[in-house]
Write a protein that binds this ligand. Structure first.
Ligand code: HT7
Ligand code: ZN
Length: 895
């Protein structure tokens, strides 16, 4: 396989103006007739028409109603003798494909007797020969024909213009999409489905029909998805003035899907995980995810569909922007400032625990990559989450109103076009000519072109005589694959200063006449810059990077006292939380280093890793009536193992795991009465609603129960495990039930097995709940190496189906991400991983490539893990028939 380079982009030599597709749907052999009107691109020198195809059977090609010569070049169908000149040419291509055998779930496939499509990024070429690239936008008419009994519902993009019966029990439906679109947004669905329907009226007074299609029996689980969709439509109108541009907007759920959901024009296709919810089967997190994913796909209707990407290197143009939009949507829906902060903290945790490692590993790439082998490998946290941070920085540099103006200009300029990341930032800057973004636009664009996480170093110096405080900010960025030199970024640093007692200090730069509030943004553009603040009454505690104003690592020498001040008093809740994480990280790193030459950190340190003042600060947070439960839960969550690991040059995963577990145990035992009180006051949240306040209370109750069960294992107490077991039996919602089950499993309680069995018996007919059941067991605490054999046994369970991506992810991915159980001295975890990568690659390369990435950071492992990891990677690499997807990831990992 060869790499494709951004620098090689050329406009297409041909345009496709209209496509008329007719499908005769049959699982074993679907016939596809494509009639296209194509014409030469007058701006490009004349070339043959080269159409992409993949695993198609070609039956016939006709040009302007007559036969034609053609040739195959690899997977491409090449037409060299098309009429010269710029007149449109009528092309007719007849192909067949086999949806029943499509295990890759790309193109047209069958899931539970229903036809679905997935065309992004390059799936349309598995349906018919086409110019399968996002800058070729065409008008689509689609006719679907199928057995009426088996496939009573026939859907495609746009509006239903005709339907009726055919001979032999078949029927048809004809759909016309009123908007031109790239092929990756094409979709069809055919099957036995039912819909929840809702009519809505837009601000402009237009009527729209919203539909959520699911399998019969699942209808009552669609209320939250429908509500989320209605909220999304209203939010986009209110916040950005963007209205729904279709009479009908449909969501369809499938349980076989490679990713979360897909924004096909007017016909979104969703993983059931992001549609179906009832209080008995879905957790608060599921509810929140559904709202966010429904919003995300809906918002793509403008950011992605109306204005799309010129090429796949620009993927973050739509994904980064749409993630930013869904994050803002969730924050606006959350309402209160504290709930917004909780959402921001959640988002930053994902960025730091998943994207920062990606940016420092073998798959590091810029937000706008320069090359790829398999585009499916570039649907990454860098494109999505870091891309959203890059949009957020632009938002912050021009302000909320300025950003809205920029978006307006973006759509005025580019509606109906396929454009680039540069076009986006240009519009935001042009709409705000006086902004720091416009002033530094070229330099700002390095966020798109340079990979890696910058380190922002901050050094403060207080001059008591002059009452000045000099804050020196400097930046650096380590080399990443293919990029050895990095130029300075534009880094917005939202900040404030606090007295030691925690009071906010008025901020006045020496050059200014008067103070300008107590929180402000400094913009770092040089490698190093100093900012001098005047009238500072005492040596201040700096609160830097408030709300995580830039995706960087902040290196600042805070004392423990500074951090305790920030934790107790900072007006920025993000930095309050951040202070708790810095303290937790500090103690973890100290004890990981100290335990370097001992067998077990536990034995050496007992339960005394955390100093008394930190434990006391945690107690205060837990007992503070003024703090939200959700926020308390986040503060009391120690930095994750992967975040701790990222700070280390060499990572002994067992040591990281053991030290973190010991810290958790110490918090469990030292705060025992506070945990009991937290449980008692939050265990009953009344009639279930997934709102943020009661969800936060359930989260805190769940953590308290888990801490109490962990402590019980140490003390031999049976009361709390008994209460958890009882909760598993009688909980009124899945959040509480799952938390109780997890408390038993993670504490390795003797009651865990029985509770798991009951849970299975109760939910054996609900696929999404069974996924949770498998996932929990894959993520269980390892006791003497017991998790891997349990996982191997579960793979033989009648409910385990490796070909279903949700199920494979729930057991296999969950185990391979369970560091304490996966990194085994006998290398059995790695052997299991290699076997599964090879097995899954045989039928679904995209899912296999995701699993391959579990080993991204293997070079940081010490022996004996490192050699064993290499052996496993090399075993996979030695397979000659690997997919391009897995080959690209494994080659980079081994390089
Ligand atoms: N834009 C969608 C991407 C997607 C996808 C990509 C490759 C293979 C399968 C896929 N399913 C969905 C999802 C989104 O970001 O909205
Ligand atoms: Zn998206």
């Amino acid at each position: 396989a060869t790499a494709i380079y951004r620098a090689d982009y050329e406009a297409p030599a041909w345009w496709i103006d209209t496509v008329d597709l007719t499908f005769d749907l049959d699982p074993a052999k679907t016939r596809v007739l494509s009639k296209m009107r194509v014409r030469r691109n007058p701006d490009v020198t004349a070339q043959p028409l080269r159409l992409d195809g993949d695993e198609l059977n070609l039956a016939r090609v006709m040009v302007n109603g007559g036969g034609t010569s053609f040739k195959m070049d690899g997977d491409q169908l090449v037409l060299e003798n098309l009429p010269e000149g710029h007149e449109p040419v009528e092309l007719e291509i007849f192909t067949t494909c086999c949806p029943a055998k499509n295990t890759k779930l790309m193109g047209l496939y069958v899931s539970e007797d229903t036809f679905f499509t997935q065309c992004e990024a390059e799936g349309f070429r598995r349906i018919t020969y086409f110019l399968d690239r996002p800058d070729v936008m065409a008008m689509y008419t689609v006719t679907l024909r199928a057995s009426k009994a088996q496939y009573p519902v026939l859907l495609s993009n746009g509006n239903l213009v005709e339907s009726g019966d055919l001979e032999d029990g078949r029927h048809f439906a004809k759909w016309v999409d009123p908007h031109k679109k790239p092929s990756y947004l094409f979709a069809l669905v055919a099957g036995n489905l039912v819909a929840r329907e809702q009519k809505i009226k837009s601000r402009a007074g237009n009527e729209h029909l919203l539909q959520v299609f699911v399998r019969p029996g699942d209808l009552e689980k669609t209320e939250h998805a429908m509500n989320s969709l209605m909220h999304s439509v209203a939010w986009d109108e209110a916040r950005f003035g963007l209205s729904l541009d279709l009479d009908r907007f449909m969501i369809v759920a499938t349980s076989d899907f490679n990713m979360g959901a897909m924004e096909n024009k007017g016909l979104n296709i969703f993983n059931t995980k992001y549609v179906l919810a009832s209080q008995a089967t879905a957790t608060d997190t599921d509810y929140a995810n559904i709202e966010s994913v429904v919003g995300h796909e809906y918002f793509h209707n403008w950011t992605g569909n109306r204005v799309t990407c010129r090429d796949w290197f620009q993927l973050s143009l739509k994904e980064g922007l749409t993630v930013f939009r869904d994050q803002e949507f969730s924050m606006d829906m959350a309402g209160a400032a504290s709930a917004r902060a909780v959402k921001r903290i959640d988002d930053v945790r994902v960025l730091r625990t998943v994207q920062f490692p990606e940016d420092a590993g073998p798959m590091a790439h810029p937000v706008r990559p320069d090359s790829y082998i398999e585009i499916n490998n570039f649907y990454t946290v860098t494109i999505y989450e870091k891309g959203a941070e890059v949009v957020r920085m632009q938002h912050n540099l021009v302000g909320r109103e300025g950003f809205a103006k920029g978006m307006k200009l973006y759509f005025e300029r580019h509606d109906g076009q396929a454009v680039t990341c540069d076009d986006f930032s240009q519009a935001i800057a042009d709409a705000n000519p006086e902004s720091a973004l416009a002033e530094n636009l070229q330099q700002f664009r390095r966020w798109y072109s340079q990979a890696g996480t910058p380190v922002l170093k901050a050094v403060g110096q207080y001059d008591a005589a002059a009452q000045t405080y000099t804050l020196t900010l400097s930046q650096s960025c380590a080399p990443t694959v293919g990029q050895s030199e990095k130029l300075p970024f534009v880094i917005p640093v939202q900040m404030g200063l606090l007295t030691a007692a925690g009071q906010a200090i008025a901020l006045q730069l020496q050059s200014e006449e008067a103070a300008q509030g107590t929180s402000r943004m400094l913009v770092l553009t040089e490698a190093e810059q100093s900012f001098v603040f005047a009238n500072v009454p005492e040596a201040p505690v700096p609160s830097l990077l408030r709300s995580f104003s830039a995706p960087v690592v902040l290196d600042c020498e805070f004392s423990d006292a500074d951090l305790l001040t920030l934790l107790a008093h900072d007006s920025d809740p993000f930095n309050q939380w951040e202070a708790s994480q810095r303290l937790g990280l500090r103690y973890a790193l100290k004890f990981i280093a100290a335990s370097a030459d001992t067998e077990s950190a536990n034995d050496q340190f007992g339960t005394e890793i955390l100093p008394a003042d930190f434990v006391q600060a945690m107690r205060r947070v837990l007992q503070d009536d003024k703090l939200d439960a959700a926020f308390k839960d986040l503060v009391l969550t120690l930095p994750s193992e992967s975040y701790i690991a990222e700070q280390l040059a060499e990572v002994d995963p067992q040591r990281v795991h053991t030290v973190r577990e010991a810290m958790i145990l110490q918090l469990a035992s030292s705060l025992l009465p506070a945990w009991e009180a937290a449980w008692e006051s939050n265990r009953d949240t009344g009639a279930y609603t997934p709102d943020h306040v009661s969800a936060g209370r359930r989260a805190l109750a769940g953590r308290a129960l888990s801490m109490l069960c962990l402590n019980a294992v140490q003390t031999g107490d049976t009361i709390w495990p008994g209460k958890a077991y009882q909760r598993c039996k009688d909980a009124g919602n899945m959040t509480d039930r799952m938390a109780a089950l997890a408390a038993l499993v993670y504490s390795a309680s003797p009651l865990a097995e029985q509770a798991l069995q009951r849970f299975h018996a109760l939910f054996k007919n609900d696929a999404l709940v069974l996924d949770k059941w498998f996932a929990l067991q894959g993520a269980a605490s390892d006791r003497g190496g017991n998790v891997l054999p349990a996982v191997q046994a579960l793979m033989k369970h009648p409910d385990f189906q490796i070909k279903n991506p949700n199920r494979a992810r729930s057991l296999i991915f969950s185990y391979c991400n369970n560091a304490g159980a996966f990194h085994r001295a006998d290398a059995a975890g790695y052997a299991f991983w290699a076997d599964r990568v090879i097995e899954i690659d045989g039928f679904n390369p995209q899912v296999a490539a995701r699993l391959t990435r579990v080993m991204d950071r293997w070079k940081k492992l010490p022996e004996p893990y490192r050699a064993a990891a290499r052996t496993a990677l090399e075993r996979v690499a030695a397979k000659t028939d690997l997919s391009n997807d897995v080959r690209e990831v494994i080659t980079r990992a081994l390089a």
